[in-house]
Write a protein that binds this ligand. Sequence first.
Ligand SMILES: Nc1ncnc2c1ncn2[C@@H]1O[C@H](COP(=O)(O)OP(=O)(O)O)[C@@H](O)[C@H]1O
Ligand SMILES: [Mg+2]
Length: 543
Amino acid sequence: MVALFRFLRILTAALRYRLDALLPHHKLPWGLSVLLKLCALLPNNTQSRGERLRHFFEDLGPVFIKFGQLLSTRPDLIPPDIIEELDHLQDNVAPFDETQSRQLIEQALGSSVEELFADFETTPLASASVAQVHAATLKDGKAVVVKVIRPGIEHTIEKDIALLMVLARLVQRFALDGQRLRPVEVVEEYEHTIFDELNLQREAANASQLRRNFANSPLLYVPEVHWDYTRSNVMVMERIYGVPVTDMDALAEQDTNMKLLAERGVEIFFQQVFDHNFFHADMHPGNIFVSHEHPQSPQYIAVDMAIVGSLTQADQYYMARNLLAIFRRDYRLVAELHVQSGWVPEDTPIHDFEAAIRTVCEPIFEKPLKEISFGQIVITLFQTARRFNMEVQPQLVLLQKTLLNIEGLGRQLYPDLDLWQTAHPFLERWIKDRFHPRNLWQQMKRYGPELMEQAPQMPHKIAGALDQLQQLGDLAPQLQQAAEMINEQKAGASKTRRRLLITTLAIAAAAITALPATGIALNEVPLHSWALVAIGGWAWFNR
Ligand SMILES: Nc1ncnc2c1ncn2[C@@H]1O[C@H](COP(=O)(O)OP(=O)(O)O)[C@@H](O)[C@H]1O
Ligand SMILES: [Mg+2]
């Protein structure tokens, strides 16, 4: 009943913003088509399609708003005019009230807020669709923030995702570009990330890992998690006091080295993706701050580690080589790498693929390097690869999205940012380092224990394997023999059949000629006897 009510609400919102105009009438079954024709009687909406979609998402609440935000990070799927509008989606959700926050914290941690904290600010620092953040002070005087999951949000998400899925199926089936947009896949991916965001224990674990990866780094600081006060719906972490990265005035006021800041953003991205293989994948400006300390050597501070990504070792390697190959304009190699990595099928016509990549990349390289969007190149490349049946790979999508974020942020801070200048030496070094004896030694050390564990059985296993090989070798003449036997048998079988046929015919002839001697006329033999003879003969013949 509730779901029906919600569905009707979605339908009215869709009609209010005349989203029916985005559906191609000729593709629809006649019933729907007639309904849509009736929609034409509704008041016209003169806003652009992007604006209409944005209002539609805003009308339907947090789960839809977040979904719209997710779509705005998919330039590989969504046209630029719509992305521009969806970029403005804000989830201004009313905070949930203080007593609820307290109740949730007390239930989760098993003590009263007064027992847990020396001070707890009831007005939240921030309130979003999934969680709300309060400032507090621990008994030992440490300043912390307490993140609490919004009560009942899980149920709302479940319901809304189910409805989104219905819409996705409709779009997939009926929208102009429905197949290519892969709406069902996009909603499934969204479901995955939004449910991950509900588990603060998971977010805290990500934060701990990222903090460890950047321990003592001048580039990035990650606040510490207070594990004693962390559960799946409540997380307590060190409070940070940085400048929000979008506050350009404050950054200028503290005389921040903006060029270095922008470059460090790029460096952090590459370090995370290639050195640590663990990247913060929600790098939107609201989650990034800049430390007040030593602004000439500026350090970022990151919060909100709900979404992280990592690549397989193979994807890491192919990604690095691909980026280098693109910037050398070695399109043949780019095409080959896509096949080697398994991103496109093995039977892809390399020559055509190479030509397609050249066609989309050459115009981009017309511009001076600092104007080239690195993220755009990766997106264009994947779009091209998709035409050659590249599967959507969530981790690569996450990477592409994060790269776009970092690049956008960097250019906002320092418009002349030349991303390639930072990326190029990094990637060259990384590729070289992979085969450096030190790294090979590291790998040995890492996988050494397993090798050692198996070492005592090694001679035995090797001997076994050799034995098997030997046996295979020995088998060769036997296999040959078997093949010959099969051939012989085939020839033999047809000979036997011929003999059987002659015998059957002879017996039948003998029986028929002997009939007069038994006193039975041929026409007196009952039909079922003939049938039995026929079946018997046939069975014998087919023995
Ligand atoms: N450790 C922290 N110290 C200070 N402020 C924080 C901290 N963590 C989060 N915040 C503030 O709370 C806001 C929301 O927190 P965040 O973890 O990003 O939640 P959400 O998942 O809802 O985006 C942040 O944008 C930031 O302003
Ligand atoms: Mg956030």
